[in-house]
Design a protein. Structure first.
Length: 175
């Protein structure tokens, strides 16, 4: 099931389509975007895998992702979404990224608040999780502003670019 278009005061969030491959590659190959992001692509062709990931989420009903569009310019500026819905545990994970020119302007807080409202109505969830790489202070502050609590640090839990990385675990518990 395709997710609906979501709107905030200044941004429109639309489901991804095959036509968005250039934008996905632009974002997920940019050093300032992928520095703290777990997915990256080194070719336009490889970025098609991300669009396939979004499509599978929708088919399996385990998540949804949106491109974020600045309504004043009509240009896409980032993405946010959810994935890894586990019905039995009533939990889902969120993620997000913005092109560098749009970072630090409060855009993601506005979009996440709208997305979190959608998530709580779309899936039966009690827990919404986010995982943040050490060093990504902006993301940690964002999650706290959106009502997430830091639960701990998973030390050396993943390998990225041949190096071990640690991740903070954040969660928002819904009543």
């Amino acid at each position: 099931m395709k997710p609906p278009i979501l709107e905030t005061r200044s941004y429109r969030m639309e489901p991804f389509s095959a036509a968005d491959q250039h934008f996905v590659f632009k974002g997920l190959s940019h050093p300032d975007v992928i520095r703290f992001y777990g997915v990256s692509y080194d070719s336009f062709e490889a970025a098609a895998a991300q669009l396939e990931f979004y499509n599978v989420l929708e088919i399996c009903e385990t998540g949804s992702w949106w491109k974020i569009i600045d309504v004043s310019t009509g240009k896409p500026c980032g993405a946010c979404g959810c994935n890894n819905f586990i019905p039995h545990h009533e939990k889902i994970e969120i993620g997000y990224w913005l092109l560098p020119a749009y970072q630090g302007r409060g855009i993601m807080q506005e979009c996440l608040e709208t997305m979190l409202t959608y998530i709580s109505g779309r899936w039966k969830v009690h827990r919404i999780e986010a995982w943040v790489e050490t060093g990504n202070e902006a993301s940690r502050k964002l999650l706290q502003k959106c009502g997430f609590s830091e639960e701990g640090l998973l030390r050396d839990t993943e390998v990225k670019n041949g190096k071990r990385i640690s991740l903070y675990v954040y969660a928002k518990i819904l009543d």
